[in-house]
Design a protein around this ligand. Sequence first.
Ligand code: GLY
Length: 366
Amino acid sequence: MDEQRIAVVGGGVVGLAVAWQAAVEGMPVTVVDPEPVSGGASWVAAGMLAPVTEAWPGEEHVLALGAESLRRWPAFAADLATPPDLRTEGTIALALDAADAADQARLADFLASLGREVRGLSGREVRELEPGVGAVRGGLLVPGDLSVDSHLLLRSLRESAELAGVEFVTQRAVSVEDGGVTLADGSTVECREAVIAAGAWSAELHPALAGLVHPVKGEILTLRARPGTLPPPTRTLRARVESRPVYLVPHSDGRLHVGATQSEVGHDTDVTAGGVRDLLDDAERVLPGIREYTLAEATAHVRAGSRDNLPLLGRLTPGVLAATAHHRNGVLLAPLTAATIVAILRGRSLDDHVVAASPDRFGDAR
Ligand code: GLY
């Protein structure tokens, strides 16, 4: 057995962040993934860092984790080998009708009670800030909810990890046990600790994760403004249309992500005609000018869902840690997840809000 090595199964945003930070602390690290960077759900993520506009009453632990990770994002981004286009213009959650406005008022009260910064806007104020927005009743301005470009981020994480000495094994892992990771060709990556960061595939790698992680499909579109069309918004825009949530996330290279559908249909990564139609219809209600945009790409992948929308962060069994089930928040939670796993590897104690995400929280109910 390799007495020092840390094996990280999964080369998406979570696995790469964990590997990078562990290597920065001087640990020898191997990432196992048949297609690191671009093979998983992180690659198709819109890149929202949005704990507040993703928040919902009853999910206070999710908000607390997200807010703590967001606090760490600027320093995390600054340490990367190349910048990930961290955009700080903020987010507006739009209310299209009276029912939305009532929901938003409740959400604003909930967030204010937790001390989160939000500001109510009239429809006119929304259009002063974002002239391309269609007819809306109003909105909530959340200046702290930010975004990054997931492609720049993933490439930069890999580069940063390699600069810190991380090695890559581009094979599929089939199981993880104390002392090593078994690969598809029957060989083993020996290690002191293995970290399962394989997103929606995590449950297949270790029996302690069975039933705790499940795939949640998301379809997402990439649009681009064309000459003569209205420019994309400056801020991330979110809304509910026909009770479906939609978000529009602008990036500095001109791409506009429109996402995302959410359905529990197993490991299905096909883009459906209905999914694309709903996203385009809903996005057009928010920003009518996108009708003239180029539809550059339509993609689908599976998020790693958990039972309570909190991730699974911590020890599973001797020699095996989990860093998975980040659901809609993998990009947001990457800095905090990496810091948490490194703290466990170093034997340091954890903060209370991270303990809430411990995999043993389900106990025998598992
Ligand atoms: N973070 C938004 C989503 O997963 O669709």
